[in-house]
Ligand binder design. Structure first.
Ligand SMILES: *[C@@H]1O[C@H](CO)[C@@H](O)[C@H](O)[C@H]1NC(C)=O
Ligand SMILES: *[C@@H]1O[C@H](CO)[C@@H](O)[C@H](O)[C@H]1NC(C)=O
Ligand SMILES: *[C@@H]1O[C@H](CO)[C@@H](O)[C@H](O)[C@H]1NC(C)=O
Ligand SMILES: *[C@@H]1O[C@H](CO)[C@@H](O)[C@H](O)[C@H]1NC(C)=O
Ligand SMILES: *[C@@H]1O[C@H](CO)[C@@H](O)[C@H](O)[C@H]1NC(C)=O
Ligand SMILES: *[C@@H]1O[C@H](CO)[C@@H](O)[C@H](O)[C@H]1NC(C)=O
Ligand SMILES: *[C@@H]1O[C@H](CO)[C@@H](O)[C@H](O)[C@H]1NC(C)=O
Ligand SMILES: *[C@@H]1O[C@H](CO)[C@@H](O)[C@H](O)[C@H]1NC(C)=O
Ligand SMILES: *[C@@H]1O[C@H](CO)[C@@H](O)[C@H](O)[C@H]1NC(C)=O
Ligand SMILES: *[C@@H]1O[C@H](CO)[C@@H](O)[C@H](O)[C@H]1NC(C)=O
Length: 836
């Protein structure tokens, strides 16, 4: 190691540092004040700190400010002495000095030596009054002017005292305890940095929303924070701006960052009250405006008056409407386009009245936030307080930003609802639960929480700004009219629906909300084609749902249909896919189900690369779960439901691989022959059908038991019922298993992919049960309670199965297979599991 070389290099470096001209230094140190004409420049040359005189001020008024150093147009992003300009004099000259007054402060003095502005570090709590030797004021590359103590602690920074500009990395925040935080304040005029009338910042009263004010009057308000990032990103050709809300135990703030290589980009509150996103266009040598707010009447605070809402989803022109249960206070003024008087109640709600769910809303202003509640507790909070007219709920853990402390957000409203907007299914929208006179409490809005994931599918089109987002769906016209929709809602919510169980909640969704959620049933949202229609995924009421659009030939009337659906929705079991609601309008009949991301059993079970995920314990759990779900349908629910189309494709899996039966209750919605036509049309379903049903159309719970037996064999053997044909000379899986059973070779059947974890007794038990289920005569087949019991207790006293009803399918013919399979037995085994 050559120490002298290092010493030499260090000396050279020191020399270079000393030789750097004062103008390009990035800091102010004690004893070296800054005067007009000189600047402090950030290390990378992006920003400069110095004195400037706004164009057109005569005699020149001087301000201390920070501007972009590497663009020709003087663009000031921060001003120190906004209230106290100083006169331009040369000798003596005004100065900016550090630690001059015996503190660690920056002090701006005019020519007479009077301090016109100071950072007031000493006044800040917990900071030392005494000057620290080695203190420095550094202009960082991001435009932040920072006073640093010798040990590197930040004593003060300009980012915490913003002017009219939000630079990347700056925060707009409110501290929960003090309710204090930063605000952008506009300039008074184009050449006048003194504070203007407009400001932008977080709401000191309610913290979790942002406002743009004109003096004290709100001009624009963001939606109350739901825990999501602000709708993702704003993309322009050359810049990509990521905006985030972050909540910690102490504070909530908004901030943003730029993608690498983006040009200078900033949010600025202009002197005329617009919040703009601007980006520097090098080739034009000018600022281009990428976004500007308020944008459109829906973003103007309270545009539609008290209890009205602005519908921004309906088309090019946003429309003012009254919330459900309200009517215009003055019909004439309303129809004349004057909405300031808002809407009034048609009928005052009573305490026992229920709630109507309005998904996709920007929740109104004026809420009270109740801490630490589950959704159920939040609903109860509003329900029991007679002055509560609405509530909304969010789980802040859903945020991708850090969120600590109370992670729930329960908002309740009393009195008038101001500044409600219908946004459609935009990330960050709320479902607003509105108390409606005449709704029965038992039929109150659904309050179950499903796991909400960030939407995989993006909304049709998305406008973003820092905290205010509003979707505009480019739909030409409305489907149906308001009157009819209203009638439907009243019809269901207030109808004479048998028993009501407090745990069971059901939502009638508006058809336009469903259209918006699926982008008018676009292919991009389609996730499947079920027996009775296409299935889409979408966000409704802030949760991911599966949306089943029934093919239009259900012969039932709408009223009948709804009543059936409501009955079916009351069937709730952990092994059944939950029916959350429906939407009926004209010919359209839509069922809304919980969304299960892991898809159906067949997609895993019959896929050679994925079936490994299902070891035997997982399969055995699936078998038991399906059995319990079917037992519930057959015996334990209030209605006896025969599924009629049980198959692997109708068993969905949740994230923990627990099975949930889908598509039950179709028999109540569709007529018999429609069901039969449907199940025959769908490939693969045919083999699940009991012979008495396939051939004679006779259906009973025992036909479902038959289908369950087939499903059981498929799960055990990891093979489609039909795929054995042509491979080994057996017409199908049932025939093959039966022959092995007769030979006493069942243990050789087990699917190789589950062999490692195989518990032979369980496999044999399941095979035995399966063969009992697929017996030819329905009266021989066990009922589901017997099966569930045998699966749970591992009974060893099961009867011997009789010959199964297996039949080959050639073309469309059904042909009973004769008992002539003995010849081909023994030529094929799936695995050998000797000695286990
Ligand atoms: C201040 O006045 C001097 C001399 O009159 C002039 O050179 C300088 O440009 C002025 N400074 C500013 C910031 O206008
Ligand atoms: C750094 O110095 C400041 C005072 O200048 C003091 O308050 C702070 O505790 C010091 N921090 C560390 C880590 O030494
Ligand atoms: C701001 O408020 C002032 C007075 O209150 C009013 O004259 C002006 O029109 C308002 N400006 C905007 C953009 O709302
Ligand atoms: C968009 O950006 C690319 C590369 O960044 C550039 O080549 C193209 O000209 C830009 N387009 C427009 C319309 O500015
Ligand atoms: C700059 O502005 C010109 C003209 O408006 C436009 O064509 C070009 O795409 C812009 N460049 C960037 C990088 O935005
Ligand atoms: C009922 O709601 C009102 C308005 O939000 C509130 O002031 C009052 O304290 C609530 N009452 C109870 C008992 O919670
Ligand atoms: C929320 O309430 C539960 C009980 O309802 C309590 O155990 C928990 O500590 C509370 N959490 C917070 C953050 O207040
Ligand atoms: C949805 O699409 C259908 C045709 O696919 C069209 O007739 C209808 O007008 C569309 N609805 C909306 C609201 O755009
Ligand atoms: C099922 O969901 C879990 C959790 O979302 C995931 O980790 C797993 O990969 C999924 N399995 C399949 C087969 O999709
Ligand atoms: C199975 O176990 C349950 C609970 O232990 C018991 O009630 C039931 O009688 C058992 N059935 C048989 C057949 O052993």
């Amino acid at each position: 190691m050559d120490c002298s070389a290092i010493a030499c290099a260090a000396a050279l470096l020191l020399l270079l540092l000393l030789l750097r001209p004062c103008e390009s230094d990035d800091r102010i140190v004690p004893g070296k004040p800054l005067s007009p004409g000189a600047t402090v420049v950030s290390e990378d040359g992006s920003f400069a700190l110095g004195f400037f005189a706004p164009a057109g001020s005569t005699p020149a008024k001087l301000y201390l400010g920070i501007w972009y150093n590497d663009i020709p147009e003087l663009t000031v992003v921060w001003v120190a002495n906004r209230d106290a300009p100083i006169t331009n004099t040369t000798s003596p000259a005004p100065t900016l000095s550090l630690a001059a007054a015996g503190t660690s402060d920056l002090v701006l003095s005019d020519a007479d030596g009077r301090a016109v502005w100071t950072t007031n570090v000493a006044g800040a709590p917990g900071t030392p009054a005494a000057p620290a030797t080695g203190v420095a004021a550094v202009l960082l590359n991001n435009g932040d002017l920072v006073i640093r103590s010798p040990n590197g602690t930040t004593l003060w920074q300009s980012f915490e005292h913003p002017a009219d500009t939000l630079l990347p990395g700056m925060k707009i925040r409110v501290r929960y305890r003090t309710r204090a935080g930063e605000r952008l304040v506009s300039w008074k005029g184009p050449g006048d940095p003194s504070p203007g009338s407009f400001s932008f910042g977080a709401d000191p009263d309610r913290v979790i929303q942002l406002f743009l004010w004109n003096w004290t009057r709100p001009v624009m308000r963001s939606a109350p924070w739901t825990g999501y990032m602000v709708a993702g990103q704003y993309q322009a050709n050359t810049s990509l701006v990521y905006v985030v809300f972050v909540s910690t135990e102490e504070e909530m703030y908004l901030t943003y960052s730029l993608s690498d290589g983006a040009p200078h980009t900033r949010y600025v509150l202009t002197y005329s009250g617009e919040y703009q996103l601007q980006s520097w266009n090098g080739s034009e040598a000018a600022w281009s405006v990428l976004g500007e707010w308020p944008a459109g009447s829906c973003s103007r605070y309270g545009h539609c008056g008290a209890n009205g809402y602005c519908d921004g989803t309906g088309g090019a022109v946003p429309a003012c409407k009254c919330l459900d249960g309200f009517e215009p206070a003055s019909a004439e003024e309303w129809s004349g386009g004057s909405f300031s008087r808002g809407c009034r109640r048609k009928e005052a709600p009573r305490c026992g009245d229920g709630f109507l769910a309005l998904p996709g809303m920007k929740s109104p202003d004026g809420f009270r936030r109740v801490g630490n509640r589950t959704l159920e507790e939040c609903a109860a909070e509003c329900r029991r307080n007679c002055s509560c007219v609405a509530y909304a709920y969010a789980d802040l853990r859903l945020s991708s930003s850090a969120s600590t402390g109370d992670v729930t957000r329960c908002l309740v409203w009393a009195g008038e609802l101001i500044d409600t907007v219908k946004m459609g299914d935009v990330t960050g929208s709320d479902t607003l639960y509105l108390r409606i006179a005449g709704l029965r409490a038992g039929e109150r809005a659904k309050t179950n929480v499903l796991k909400i994931a960030l939407p995989a599918v993006l909304t049709c089109s998305l406008l973003l700004l820092a905290g205010i987002s509003l979707a505009r769906f480019k739909f030409k016209g409305k489907i149906g009219n308001g009157k009819r929709r209203k009638k439907l809602i009243w019809g269901v919510m207030g109808s004479e629906l048998g028993e009501t169980n407090p745990g069971q909640e059901f939502v009638l969704f508006r058809f336009d909300d469903v259209v918006a959620a699926t982008c008018n049933f676009s292919e991009a949202y389609k996730i499947g084609q079920g027996g009775f229609g296409k299935v889409y995924m979408g966000m409704l009421g802030g949760q991911e749902v599966a949306i089943k659009r029934l093919s239009k030939n259900s012969e039932q009337g709408n009223e009948e249909f709804r009543n059936e659906v409501i009955l079916i929705a009351k069937l709730q079991h952990r092994n059944l896919v939950r029916l959350l609601g429906c939407s009926v309008e004209g010919d359209e009949k839509i069922l809304i189900y919980e969304y299960l991301p892991n898809k159906s059993l067949d997609a895993i079970l019959f896929d050679n690369s994925r079936k490994m995920m299902l070891d035997w314990p997982a399969r055995f759990n699936i078998i038991k779960g399906v059995a319990r779900g079917l037992l519930y349908l057959h015996h334990d629910s209030r209605l006896t439901i025969i599924h009629r189309d049980l198959k692997a494709a109708n068993v969905l899996l949740d994230a923990e691989m627990r099975p949930k039966i889908a598509d039950f209750g179709m028999a109540r919605i569709f007529s018999d022959c429609q069901i039969k036509a449907n199940t025959q049309r769908v490939v693969g379903t045919y083999g699940y059908m009991a012979p008495e049903y396939a051939m004679e159309g006779v259906f009973s719970i025992k036909s479902d038991v038959y289908s369950f037996g087939v499903l059981l064999l498929e799960i055990i053997f990891g093979t489609r019922r039909s795929s054995m044909g042509g491979i080994i000379g057996f017409p199908n899986l049932i025939a093959y298993v039966w022959s092995m059973w007769m030979e006493g070779n069942t243990k050789d059947l087990v699917d190789s992919s589950i062999m490692d974890s195989c518990l032979l007794d369980e496999v044999l038990l399941c095979s035995h049960i399966a063969l009992l289920c697929v017996q030819e005569y329905p009266e021989d087949r066990p009922v589901m309670s017997y099966i569930v019991n045998a699966l749970d207790n591992g009974s060893t006293t099961l009867p011997s199965p009789n010959r199964p009803a297996y039949f080959a399918q050639r073309g469309n013919e059904i042909e009973q297979v004769r008992n002539d399979i003995q010849n081909s037995v023994g030529t094929f085994t799936l695995t050998n599991i000797e000695g286990r």
